[in-house]
Design a protein around this ligand. Sequence first.
Ligand code: NAD
Length: 250
Amino acid sequence: MIDTVALITGAARGIGLATATLFHAEGRRVVLLDRDADALSAAVANLPGALGVTCDVSIQQDVAQALAEIEQTCGRLDILVNNAGVADFGPLADTDFARWRRVMDTNLDGVFLMSQACLPLLAKRGGAIVNIASISGLRASTLRIAYGTSKAAVIHLTKQQAAELGEVGIRVNCVCPGPVNTKLALAVHSPAIRAAYHDAIPLNRYGTEREIAEAICFLASDKASYVTGQILAADGGFESTGVGLPALRT
Ligand code: NAD
């Protein structure tokens, strides 16, 4: 495993950093990519041997430059985790086109651009892509007109990629996290939303970054060598329970 290289986008903090840390502990070489240069250097400093690449996944030239740097420095790529994402909750009436585009730029275009740019390196030895969507892509709700739609698109993009890339030996799967206490969630989960999540989730709690990272690392690993095109909700049971009315609890 020591010579395999895993690239994680949005890895300066949160779920991306937890995933990079887990891959690193498994003995893989990790490449952390993020647009927040300061947070990125702090994260890389704690992972000996890790490479940090500053890049905005929604900007095509940035992505091309990042891949050139990774190819030159590492010479190979085995795993891509498309984790970089932004959340912006609002109703249809208040979501102007610029707001819609900001969400789509990173959450959808970023996954497309990064996957396409990594393809030549991943196809050399066969590899794995794990896309990070959300329970908001599986279950519609209020306030997620842009975010939920972007994540539903990532789920379908995963299936498109799996259908096409199997024959070049690349597996593509998707993890849909439930709520996790990261900076992203803290910005959009009001106290009322937090309380409602606790009530509606069978496990009665938020997940941890580590719990989501474990699901990602499994799908990226050889343990999942016959798994492709799958959507795994790591969500405390939220997706499986429909409306999950607290009043129906015993
Ligand atoms: P976070 O905000 O803590 O971390 C996201 C990281 O992505 C940040 O370091 C940020 O700088 C980086 N980033 C954002 N846009 C970028 C871009 N265009 N280019 C490069 N880097 C960029 O968020 P998180 O909670 O760890 O979220 C990680 C992923 O998990 C996201 O795709 C998010 O939608 C998804 N998710 C999170 C939750 C949750 O409750 N936290 C739930 C479901 C899905």
